[in-house]
Ligand binder design. Sequence first.
Ligand SMILES: NC(=O)c1ccc[n+]([C@@H]2O[C@H](COP(=O)([O-])OP(=O)(O)OC[C@H]3O[C@@H](n4cnc5c(N)ncnc54)[C@H](OP(=O)(O)O)[C@@H]3O)[C@@H](O)[C@H]2O)c1
Length: 287
Amino acid sequence: MATHGKVEKTALVTGASSGFGLLIAVELAKRGYRVAAVMRDTGKQAALMQAAEQAGAGGRIETVKLDVTSAEAIEAAVADMLRRSGRIDVLVNNAGMAVGGFAEEVPMSAWRTQMETNFLGLVAMTRAVLPAMRAQGGGTIVQMSSVSGLWGIPGFGAYAASKFAVEGFSESLRHEVAPFGIRVALVEPGAYRTAIWAKGFADMHAQPDSPYAGALAAVLRMARRTAASAPDPREVAELVGRLADKRRLSRLRYPIGRGARLLPLVVRLLPWRVVEAATRRAMRGQE
Ligand SMILES: NC(=O)c1ccc[n+]([C@@H]2O[C@H](COP(=O)([O-])OP(=O)(O)OC[C@H]3O[C@@H](n4cnc5c(N)ncnc54)[C@H](OP(=O)(O)O)[C@@H]3O)[C@@H](O)[C@H]2O)c1
């Protein structure tokens, strides 16, 4: 069981109704954490609770109803959790969604939802737990970024912008909170088999008679191929579990998945025209 001295360790995981968040909540519960599993619709908790029971960790998870786009609701939920458990050792900022479409055709409301969810929601959650983590002398914050936080592809500019923002914020944050024993890590997965893909495909922004129709179709073909062969997301949950348990996080960035380790080297070291040409070739794929 994860304990801090004799105190039981607690974790807060956002976006725990499906995908990585569900698996991370179960993984942390298996490791002995008492887990607050955040979801905006607690009516979706059955899959999480079933997975937790199967893992023998059902009693260690409770659901918290929270939409990460509401800063006031976040403050209240964190205060409530602190009243009940006294501490928050681990925050996993995982909740997210992917807006698809070419910049010109994505309405401003969708750009705002993208940033409110993936970036400002993560900032608000982080701000809400920092006073408690400072007071208790430490904690771990795991930010769910993406290869899209390093590499922008056409058709997913809004998603890339949100994840680039997460990267910059977390790079700065790590300096700010290290003196208080607070560890910050970015997890940068490549493509994994979760619901995010189907949700994104069902909600692409495209105008009728779009001048981008051909390019969008090519990007979608590539994305569908990638989604169909994407690996099991459990390895991402296991990585987050290991990071939560570590006393020191020597690295800021933890890339994981197909091509994810190579990508940072490619985008930082190769001449940009080479990166761009390779990206365009990948997007054209099997036209
Ligand atoms: N799967 C991949 O290939 C991949 C790769 C790199 C990074 N990621 C990142 O991994 C994270 C998890 O995504 P996933 O792949 O596991 O997809 P997912 O199964 O769709 O999970 C996303 C979770 O975020 C929740 N969420 C969305 N908006 C929210 C809001 N406003 N407030 C609270 N919760 C909200 C969803 O809740 P609802 O059920 O209510 O929608 C769901 O629980 C995201 O940050 C994503 O960008 C995914």
